[in-house]
Unconditional design. Structure first.
Length: 318
């Protein structure tokens, strides 16, 4: 295996590219004692180690394999990547499998899969070592981009505004960060929108894995932990009273009553974070929204049915 490693300039090419990119990686500043990037760095190191091991595993498996067998392994790997994209990439199951603040990195399996695929097909690629290195570098570059893209960049500039117990979003993309600050303050943990935008890795919006990260970091060492769940109205009834952060919005291409887009201002394809509190006695639903003037409102049950995307995050006692 050591001899193989010396033959593959792709290793040094990737190392040089990684070093160059990492120098421009955004350096987030610690707040109040938090080193808010340590978990990201450790997650990247773990993922890189796993990817390197899988690259050489694929290389070893293909050493004496026939072209037919290598083709089968490669196709199975590609199918595995497709299954991951469709059923696991955005699944809350990842939070149960990997309940760590760096889930946004460790739960991204594109780079390890691409590394295994690259190692498997290395010997069967056409051309000499340099040509194969180009193909392999491109493949690994796709996997690396998939890992780095969600965490690359800087958070928006936010302010600390509250109304009716709800942290208001003060930028167009910080609704999740504002909701995170709201549910933390509800259990006695001080937080604000700017801090949570940094911890939740808010970029052009906030992934739920980033929201999970921010809440995990803030609840570390407290009596509270983070639960990510999937389910409809019954799941919400099991978790009232809130606040619970919900993913809400209208999927692109969905057919809904025009009142939601024309009067209420919902844009298909744009997801939003809102707060569920409880089912009210009048049949409506008590909600919080960091993007409206008062912070609190009531939705009808039909509103909930149309807008709720069946995923939520809340704090639970350990």
């Amino acid at each position: 295996m050591r001899d193989d490693a010396r033959k593959f300039p792709v290793v040094s090419v990737l190392r040089d590219a990684y070093d160059s990119s990492w120098r421009s990686f955004p350096r987030l500043q610690p707040r109040k004692g938090h080193c808010i990037v340590t978990d990201i760095y450790s997650g990247l190191a773990i993922l890189a180690t796993i990817s390197a091991a899988l690259f050489f595993l694929g290389l070893r498996l293909s050493r004496s394999a026939t072209t037919k067998r290598v083709t089968f392994i490669a196709l199975a790997t590609v199918c595995g990547i497709g299954i991951y994209i469709v059923w696991l990439d955005d699944s809350v199951l990842l939070a149960r499998l990997l309940p760590f603040s760096n889930l946004i990195v460790l739960g991204n399996w594109f780079l390890p899969a691409c590394a295994f695929l690259a190692g498997t097909v290395w010997r069967k690629l056409p051309g000499g070592v340099m040509r194969r290195s180009v193909y392999t570098t491109l493949l690994l570059g796709v996997g690396l981009f998939a890992v780095v893209q969600p965490i690359w960049g800087s958070p928006p500039t936010c302010h600390d505004m509250w109304r009716n117990g709800v942290c208001m979003q003060t930028s167009k993309i910080s609704c999740s960060a504002a909701c995170a600050a709201t549910i933390l303050k509800a259990v006695g943990i001080e937080a604000n929108e700017q801090e949570m935008a940094e911890l939740c890795l808010t970029r052009n919006g906030t992934l739920w894995q980033g929201l999970y990260r921010g809440l995990k970091l803030k609840t570390a060492g407290t009596d509270w932990d983070v639960e990510v769940f999937a389910g409809g109205e019954s799941a919400l009834r099991d978790r009232e009273p809130g606040p619970v952060i919900l993913t809400v919005g209208i999927p692109r291409g969905a057919t809904v009553d025009p009142v939601y887009t024309e009067d209420y201002g919902w844009t298909p394809g744009e997801m939003h974070a809102a707060l569920f509190y409880r089912f009210a006695d009048n049949g409506n639903v008590d909600m919080g929204d960091p993007g409206i003037d008062d912070g609190r409102e009531q939705w009808s049950r039909e509103d909930l049915k149309v807008l709720y995307r069946r995923r939520g995050i809340r704090l639970v006692q350990r």
